[in-house]
Design a protein around this ligand. Structure first.
Ligand code: GDP
Ligand code: MG
Length: 418
């Protein structure tokens, strides 16, 4: 049997058939639900915003729990991304929630690079997923998926508009993550100002081409609510960890000398809209978009960087295997050329060294010969002076004897005369 399988290029003509009785595949959606519930869900949210804007408080409010975060100081030299993962359960649905905080964001005097740490973090999570996907033995289901599904961008409630850091950061992130801009501490801004502030923010985002996450309107069960909610963005939210008693119910609120802000009161702020949109209606859509849009883009860019493409230089379709094999043979050829080059270089170096050695041997030899000659000269000179000294000595002895003889004769002659 041939190993090659022919895949139909176009969908074959489909015929609709009627079933004469119940078969049972109408339970497929239930099977899917059961399986998903069994596996549990993962949701990763990133909070970007300056220290003290109420990020931690809002997370506690959104998930109606206390994540016990420690307030950070304003003096950090760099922005640090800190992620904490929690296991939550509601009815029989388990949620593995990761909250990623941008500690020190916007606290430095030079804020130029504040967004860089965030971009790097998001890319690193994509890269980890890609590396797992490229393994031979993959464990994509059991390995913790840390890709960020939603990014809540906390805007300072100045009433003036966005800061340049906000625009730069959102612009850098809009192709990597689902951005949901929110106006933090919305209780500090008046109703009239808020409307102006919201439209100013949206105008600035539009003018700078920043793509924020749009609640999907293609599913008709939610299209109406979602499209209405898209018009309320950016949500102006209030968070609180305090509760007050209204009737016999405890509700989250912030108390001021002039009154009380109820977090879940829709005439006080947009908190309920935010919770409805990101948790109750569109959490799955954000998870799906992260995979099919943002991760897909990252994966495509990385594979192209590695030299892979779906078409060759003549725009003809090329398979992954063909590209890989072409790259492999290219690589081997390069390796061989490199090896040859290194070998040639080695031979050349050996030759040079040999010549150098020969040259120095010749030098040494010449030096040795010269020393030998000098030594012989010295020896000869010494010999000559020794001979001369001997001769002088002999002459001296001879003269001394002569002198002694003459003296003796003279003395003898004198004594005879007496
Ligand atoms: N006025 C007001 N204050 C808030 C709000 N949310 C939080 N805060 C307060 O702001 C301070 C900093 O909040 P925190 O959540 O630690 O900010 P983070 O540094 O962004 O995590 C705390 O004193 C909170 O009580 C809000 O919606 N409105
Ligand atoms: Mg905090």
């Amino acid at each position: 049997m041939s190993a090659e399988v022919e895949f139909p290029k176009k969908e074959p003509h489909l015929r609709a058939l009627k079933l004469s009785g119940h078969v049972g595949f109408d339970s497929l959606p239930d099977q899917l639900v059961n399986k998903s519930v069994q596996n549990g869900f993962v949701f990763n949210v990133m909070c970007i915003g300056e220290t003290g804007l109420g990020k931690s408080t809002l997370m506690d409010t959104l998930f109606n729990t206390s994540f016990e975060s420690t307030p950070s100081s304003h003096t950090l030299p760099h922005v640090k991304l800190k992620a904490h993962t929690y296991e939550l359960q509601e009815s029989n649905v388990r949620l593995k929630l990761t909250i990623c905080d941008t500690v020190g964001y916007g606290d430095q005097i030079n804020k130029d690079d504040s967004f860089k740490a965030v971009v790097d973090y998001i890319d690193a999570q994509f890269e980890a997923y890609l590396q797992e996907e490229l393994k031979i033995k993959r464990s994509l289901i059991s390995c913790h998926d840390s890709r960020i599904h939603a990014c809540l961008y906390f805007i300072c409630p100045t009433g003036h508009g966005l800061k340049s850091l906000d625009l730069v950061c959102m612009k850098k992130l809009d192709s990597k993550v689902n951005i949901i801009p929110i106006i933090a501490k919305a209780d500090t801004i008046s109703k009239q100002e808020l409307q102006r502030f919201k439209s100013k923010i949206m105008q600035e985002l539009f003018n700078n081409g920043v793509q924020i996450y749009q609640f999907p309107t293609d599913d008709e069960t939610v299209s109406e609510t979602n499209s209405a909610m898209n018009d309320h963005v950016p949500f102006a939210v209030v968070g609180s960890t305090e509760f007050i008693k209204v009737g016999n119910k405890l509700i989250r609120a912030r108390q001021y000398p002039w009154g009380t802000v109820q977090v879940e009161n829709e005439s006080h702020c947009d908190f309920v809209k935010l919770r409805e949109m990101i948790i109750r209606t569109n959490m799955e859509d954000m998870r799906e978009k992260t995979h099919s849009k943002h991760y897909e883009l990252y994966r495509q860019r990385r594979l192209e960087e590695m030299g892979f493409s779906d078409v060759d230089s003549e725009n003809k379709p090329i398979s992954f295997q063909q590209t890989f094999e072409a790259k492999r043979s290219n690589h081997l050829a390069e390796l061989q050329a490199k090896e040859e080059e290194v070998r040639q270089m080695f031979v050349q170096r050996v030759k040079e060294k040999e010549a150098e050695l020969k040259e120095s041997e010749k030098d040494l030899h010449a030096k040795f010969e010269k020393l030998k000659r000098d030594h012989a000269d010295e020896k000869r000179k010494l010999e000559e002076s020794r001979k001369k000294l001997e001769e002088d000595f002999l002459e001296f002895t001879r003269r001394k004897q002569q002198l002694a003889t003459t003296h003796h004769t003279l003395t003898l002659g004198k004594s005879k005369k007496k």
